[in-house]
Write a protein that binds this ligand. Structure first.
Ligand SMILES: NC(=O)c1ccc[n+]([C@@H]2O[C@H](COP(=O)([O-])OP(=O)(O)OC[C@H]3O[C@@H](n4cnc5c(N)ncnc54)[C@H](O)[C@@H]3O)[C@@H](O)[C@H]2O)c1
Length: 294
């Protein structure tokens, strides 16, 4: 049976870890050829190897796609290898610090502007000429924090609001070229970012983040990838300018309602992807992504 992305070519930025690993593997299973993009230090090679070992099609592309030259070269590499580009997934992002604003590290703010905003701008700009040829689409990572704002990570939420608003304008602008543009807005997902051991949240913030979701648990990377899959596929042919929240209900919640969910209902559903890098994400200012912008 043909996959839901049969014969499509997709770029997945930040595809080496966390949600991006799941998107890359899910898309490959549905027949897409995937360009898995990440920084030099990301486990991109492993993700590509696993896709190839399952009979899928993938290449890795290493580099900092917030830089214009790298973004252009990435799109060029995708078209050179697979002949076309149908889907751009702007999933790459960073989450380097939590603090009240008067103590928020300035380098962490700049790191987010660069890797959460420049990367989406540069990749979308570079990919559009190819997406216009194929009547393709873009799906970008927003966030519940970009919709509502979140204490202790106020600049992070701001960067994600930028992504979501940018996407709406781009959806209207590019409709005449047959290009759709949407966002996914994850809530607390089971990656490095939402665990105090692997990210910048302390135990109080971790607990409030998870219990703020009425479903009372973290979502899995695979559950988020499923929504990316729908939006990127032709099944979503009448969906543009939308943000689909995959957030366990957190954007409609006013309290820590997840605390009331009994433990047997907090179990994550069975997972089908073999994810090995879900907790290896970008949660510190790293030199390979901290170079000057532009
Ligand atoms: N995890 C969550 O709870 C959550 C919630 C809301 C939104 N999101 C969004 O989902 C996306 C993925 O989050 P995650 O938790 O999987 O994080 P992650 O750190 O595991 O994955 C992001 C990947 O992007 C890569 N990356 C960052 N900047 C890059 C650049 N300039 N060039 C190339 N690669 C770059 C990182 O190195 C990393 O591998 C992010 O955009 C994030 O804002 C995540």
């Amino acid at each position: 049976m043909a996959g839901r992305l049969q014969d499509k070519v997709a770029i997945v930025t930040g595809g080496g870890s966390g949600i991006g690993e799941a998107i890359s593997k899910r898309f490959a299973r549905e027949g897409a050829a995937v360009v898995v993009v990440g920084l030099d230090s990301d486990p991109v090679r492993e993700v590509v190897d696993e896709i190839l070992s399952r009979g899928g099609r993938a290449i890795g592309y290493l580099g900092d796609i917030s830089r214009q030259d790298t973004a252009k070269a990435c799109v060029k590499a995708a078209v050179k290898e697979f002949g076309r580009l149908d889907i751009l997934i702007n999933n790459a992002g960073v989450f380097p610090a939590t603090a009240e604003l008067d103590k928020y590290p300035v380098d962490a703010f700049e790191y987010m502007i660069k890797n959460n905003i420049y990367s989406v701008f540069m990749m979308s700009r570079a990919a559009l000429p190819e997406l216009q040829k194929t009547k393709g689409n873009i799906v970008s990572a927003g966030s519940e924090a970009g919709h509502m704002g979140s204490p202790m990570i106020t600049p992070y939420g701001g960067t994600k609001a930028w992504v979501m608003t940018f996407s709406k304008g781009l959806a209207v602008e590019q409709a005449k070229h047959g290009v759709r543009v949407n966002c996914v807005g994850p809530g607390p997902i089971d990656t490095a970012w939402t665990h105090k051991e692997t990210g910048p949240m302390d135990s109080k913030m971790e607990k409030n983040t998870v219990n703020g979701a009425p479903l009372g648990r973290r979502g899995t990377p695979e559950e988020v990838a499923n929504v990316y899959l729908f939006l990127a596929s032709d099944e979503a042919s009448y969906v543009t300018g939308a943000t689909y929240f995959v957030d366990g209900g957190v954007t409609i919640s006013k309290s820590l309602s997840g605390e009331e969910v009994p433990s047997h209902l907090k179990q994550q559903p069975p997972q089908h992807l073999k994810l090995e890098h879900s907790k290896e994400g970008n949660t510190k200012v790293r030199q390979d992504a901290a170079a000057s912008m532009g």
